[in-house]
Design a protein around this ligand. Structure first.
Ligand SMILES: NC(=O)c1ccc[n+]([C@@H]2O[C@H](COP(=O)([O-])OP(=O)(O)OC[C@H]3O[C@@H](n4cnc5c(N)ncnc54)[C@H](O)[C@@H]3O)[C@@H](O)[C@H]2O)c1
Length: 255
């Protein structure tokens, strides 16, 4: 087996279509020598169909990250396919419509709490659920959308991402003793199912195309996926609690 991730065993969450960032991560990881197990949420038969489009068909385990029973049973289900994990990818986000698209002042706590549960707290829950399978050198990687600024229309999802960025630093703190890293990739806007559910998302698209020094392709998930692979590999052995921007350089320049 050759490649950046030769011999690595990965659990990849968040595939729902072949445009999902997680799909690109799974595909590239397999092409680079990794064994991949997927989790799917809700429409399992759809995820299983998409999983067959990977270079190697990957097994799919059902996982709702807000379901304590799913989390408690996750390690045993993963063990049916691999004897341990070297890497874990959290590629999950959701907020009810009221939390997005300009509704910041009106969204209810009930809706906001759903967004935080699925998009923020789950980063910790998933890592803890997978921890029995992980050993020193292991890597947890998640996806954020730069939460150091307030964006139009992103609203409570932006707050959830700010929490995710902090949660990743705390995970780095608490898992460091076990030799496990936690890092995030801050991707620019990509036309996925999650993105399409944000009313006014095209505002990001126009801004990015005009401002990113390297330019930005809204339909190319591979740059973000490549960064995930790098963080899952042995090539960032002393990096944890970090956020790597994969946004064409947008975050680094003024308007
Ligand atoms: N698309 C973008 O512009 C962009 C930019 C930066 C970061 N991100 C982040 O990338 C990650 C992946 O999103 P994507 O853009 O590939 O969209 P996507 O719609 O393809 O993936 C989102 C995934 O979250 C899963 N999910 C939702 N609720 C869940 C639950 N309760 N339990 C388990 N899984 C659940 C969905 O099934 C889906 O697979 C998200 O964290 C998203 O916020 C996306």
């Amino acid at each position: 087996m050759s490649g950046l991730l030769a011999g690595k065993r990965l659990l990849v969450t968040g595939v729902i279509t072949d445009a999902s960032i997680a799909f690109s991560v799974a595909k590239l990881a397999q092409e680079n020598g990794a064994q991949v197990v997927l989790t799917g949420y809700g429409r399992l038969s759809l995820v299983e169909r998409i999983a067959k489009r990977l270079p190697e068909p990957a097994p799919v385990i059902e996982l709702d990250v807000t379901d304590p029973e799913h989390l408690a049973g996750l390690a045993d289900k993963v063990r049916e396919h691999v004897d341990g994990l070297d890497g874990l990818v959290h590629s999950i986000g959701f907020a009810p419509q009221s939390c997005l698209g300009g509704g910041f002042l009106d969204a209810s706590w009930q809706d906001v709490s759903t967004a935080l549960h699925v998009s923020t707290y789950s980063y910790k829950s998933l890592a803890v659920a997978a921890l029995p399978l992980m050993s020193p050198g292991g890597s947890v990687v998640g996806l954020t959308f730069d939460a150091s600024l307030a964006w139009p229309v992103y609203d409570w999802m932006g707050v959830a991402k700010a929490g995710l960025e902090s949660a990743s630093r705390y995970l780095a703190l608490h898992l460091g003793k076990q030799g496990i890293r936690s890092n995030l990739v801050a991707a620019g806007p990509l036309r996925t199912m999650a993105a399409k559910s944000i009313p006014g998302f095209e505002q990001f698209e126009d801004a990015w195309a005009g401002r990113a020094p390297l330019g930005w392709d809204l339909t190319d998930q591979e740059p973000a996926a490549r960064a995930c692979l790098a963080l899952l590999s042995d090539w960032f052995p002393a990096t944890t609690g970090e956020i790597v921007h994969v946004d064409g350089g947008y975050h680094a320049v003024g308007a």
